[in-house]
Write a protein of this length. Structure first.
Length: 206
């Protein structure tokens, strides 16, 4: 009876570990940390030949999470961003993958602060890239913002009052705005200049 008893005790040990959360099919798996996410972004495996940089203010944790949940869609987004004919694309909407992914190209005059609003989206992540010219963009956490216009599901947008940090967007570097990011784009840097801009709408993975 010695060996059956050993097997019985071992089985009870395994069951106890599972019930206490101390057993994992892959014990090497660890939660992604901010530091690891930043390293992942810098490593650039996600680029797949993309010749443009992501701006340093990006939420690295959200980027890593969303990319790895929806890799096929993100790869298509970066393939579009990497097109060599962006300069010659006409203003308008460009379908990429149905409602999951599409792009818009716009040409406009950058604006004074008072003619813009803080905004955020829930269904889509904004990838914003300056094709020609430069603009100033504000970024702030939604969690600390005061809602001035409630979320409109049909337009996928809400507006806010808040304080944030402002950056200059130029060709060669793109911004990413997740649902947790309020942003205020289209601002003039020093003067109201004519610019050309690409926005790629990437569906949020649940």
């Amino acid at each position: 009876m010695k060996y059956p008893l050993i097997k019985y005790v071992s089985l009870l040990t395994v069951i106890s570990l599972i019930s206490l959360g101390g057993y994992s099919q892959n014990p090497t798996d660890k939660p992604m940390t901010k530091a690891k996410a930043v390293q992942w972004v810098k490593a650039g495996v996600w680029k797949n030949g993309l010749d443009k940089k992501v701006f340093s203010s990006v939420d690295a944790l959200r980027f890593e999470e969303q990319y790895n949940k929806n890799k096929a869609i993100w790869d298509k987004a970066f393939a579009f961003l990497n097109r060599k004919d962006l300069d010659t694309l006409s203003p308008g909407m460009y379908p990429i993958d149905g409602k999951l992914l599409y792009a818009t190209v716009g040409e406009f005059e950058t604006k004074d602060l008072g003619n813009t609003k803080w905004e955020s989206h829930r269904k889509y992540i904004d990838l914003q890239y300056m094709i020609k010219g430069e603009e100033k963009i504000g970024v702030a956490p939604v969690s600390g913002a005061k809602v001035t216009e409630a979320y409109d599901e049909s337009k996928d947008i809400a507006h806010y009052e808040t304080a944030g940090k402002f950056y200059v967007a130029r060709p060669g570097t793109f911004f990413l705005f997740f649902p947790s990011d309020a942003h205020r784009p289209d601002l003039k840097v020093t003067s109201n200049d004519h610019v050309k801009k690409l926005v790629i709408k990437i569906s949020v993975a649940g």
